[in-house]
Design a protein around this ligand. Structure first.
Ligand code: PEP
Ligand code: MN
Length: 457
């Protein structure tokens, strides 16, 4: 198979780097069964010759930004769908999500008095690990939905078949999503004053009155900046990065290119790639493959994570102990975080590594309601965030960021919030194909709560 082209500097052939293929001989979980599919070779071939979605220089810049987070000088915000879908890659939905992330970031920037590194769980979040390979409905058993880069959501044999051409569609959908994200964040849409106007809309809702004073302070700060002659032309643009779970190694490997300047491999499917809770086995394929690329890497850590695992993950994924290289995204559950997180943080602290610590307050707090919906209670999400801050405060370490499943739309998937969502709204407004997301208002409310907390520190 001929792989990457080497014409114009950015990307060179990477098939002469055998270490990028070591994972093929290792244990691997959660993969599609499509290797015998007639379209598999041509799909991989096509992905390998398509242009990179991100460039090495951007990835390196993100690593430097995350190094600031590791040093306690910046805060990290990651948010987006549990699973993106091809049909929802529309201008309206993408802009609503980007808008919500920008609104959250302004509030957090003010609260933390620090830059916020902004990242969408976006432009590539199309594959999902599942607890079961199959799903049975009314006596019929079919393969589980694994994200639109693998199969379709409809409960038919045809839709649920694993189809490698979906990776190519995933690439193109990621490319058009990323194009819009770049346009929005550099084309005037991210103007601080505009974002602040949107936040005023949020606090105008009487349910959110308690956040009005913080919003007013931000408003005054902006007016002060303007009066001092701050260059708002320069402030019209912002940096936004994208990341997704690096689950489908066929896709990630095919998107990996050698940077001609440094000769290092970069996974050009996204700036940031994380390894999920279910695929972080120390000797397994995902950890092995992602240890070989230069991108900043995240690892989800659930409640059963041991200190030995954490230390070994650092050795394997960050052998040079490079600040910004490794982010631990903890998802313990509100009930467990205060007990289970401290030993991990202490182990890393005594080892001396500069790791970015992020809280994912979603995945440890998923419940099912009798009507069958998967949901999360807003109060549990907030409680896990509080627990995360408490643990870091007690240990003198830096609570570096927030990783949430959210949307910019008015969906009803998570319960509660000041303008509460209740179960009766699920029937009409539950849209997620996978895990429940915070809606626009719930997302902003989290940002205000975290900002209040950061401001008090
Ligand atoms: C996810 O982020 O959607 C996910 C599956 O998370 P985790 O790996 O933490 O379970
Ligand atoms: Mn999820």
């Amino acid at each position: 198979m001929s792989l990457e082209n080497s014409q114009h500097g950015q990307t060179l052939n990477s098939h002469n780097l055998p270490e990028l293929d070591e994972w093929r001989n290792l244990h691997i979980d959660q993969q599609p069964t499509w290797h015998e599919h007639p379209d598999y070779p041509s799909s991989i071939q096509e992905l390998s010759s398509l242009p990179p979605l991100v460039f090495a220089g951007e990835v390196d810049r993100l690593r430097r930004r995350l190094a600031n987070v590791a040093e306690g000088k910046a805060f990290f915000l990651q948010g987006g769908d549990c699973a993106e879908t091809f049909n929802d890659a529309t201008a309206d939905k993408i802009s609503a999500r980007v808008k919500t992330l920008l609104q959250m970031a302004v509030v957090l920037t003010y609260g933390a008095s620090m830059p916020v590194v902004k990242m969408g769980r976006m432009a590539g979040q199309f594959s999902k690990p599942r607890s079961s390979n199959d799903e049975t409905r009314d006596g019929t058993t079919l393969p589980s939905f694994r994200g639109e880069m693998v199969n379709g959501f409809d409960f038919t044999e045809e839709a649920r078949a694993h189809d490698p051409r979906r990776m190519v569609r995933g690439y193109h959908t990621s490319a058009s999503t990323l194009n819009l994200v770049r346009a929005f964040t550099t084309g005037g849409f991210a103007d601080l004053r505009l974002v602040n106007q949107w936040n005023k809309g949020f606090t105008a809702n009487p349910a959110h009155a308690r956040y009005e004073s913080l919003a007013r302070e931000i408003d005054r700060a902006l007016k002060f900046m303007e009066a001092c002659g701050a260059d708002f032309e320069a402030l019209k643009a912002t940096e936004m990065y994208v990341g997704h779970e690096g689950l489908l190694l066929d896709y990630e490997r095919a998107m990996t290119r050698i940077d001609s300047r440094t000769q290092n491999p970069y996974d050009t499917s996204a700036h940031f790639i994380w390894i999920g809770e279910r695929t972080r086995g120390l000797d397994d394929a995902h950890v092995n493959f992602l240890s070989k690329v230069r991108n900043p890497i995240g690892v989800k850590l659930g409640p059963t994570t041991s200190t030995e695992e954490v230390l070994r993950l650092i050795d394997i994924l960050d052998p040079e102990r490079e600040p910004g290289r490794l982010t631990f995204i903890t998802r313990m559950g509100a009930q467990k975080i205060r007990e289970n997180l401290p030993p991990l943080v202490e182990a890393v602290k005594s080892e001396g590594s500069k790791i970015v610590w992020v809280t994912d307050p979603m995945h440890g707090n998923t419940i099912s309601v009798p009507s069958g919906y998967k949901t999360r209670r807003f109060n549990d999400v907030v409680d896990e965030v509080r627990g995360f801050f408490e643990v870091h405060e007690a240990l003198g370490t830096f609570p570096g960021g927030l990783h949430i499943e959210m949307t910019g739309d008015d969906v009803a998937e998570c319960l509660g919030g000041s303008d509460p969502v209740d179960e009766s709204a699920f029937l009409d407004s539950y849209e997620s194909l996978c895990d429940p997301r915070l809606n626009h208002r719930q997302s902003l409310e989290i940002a205000f709560l975290v900002a209040e907390y950061l401001a008090r520190r």
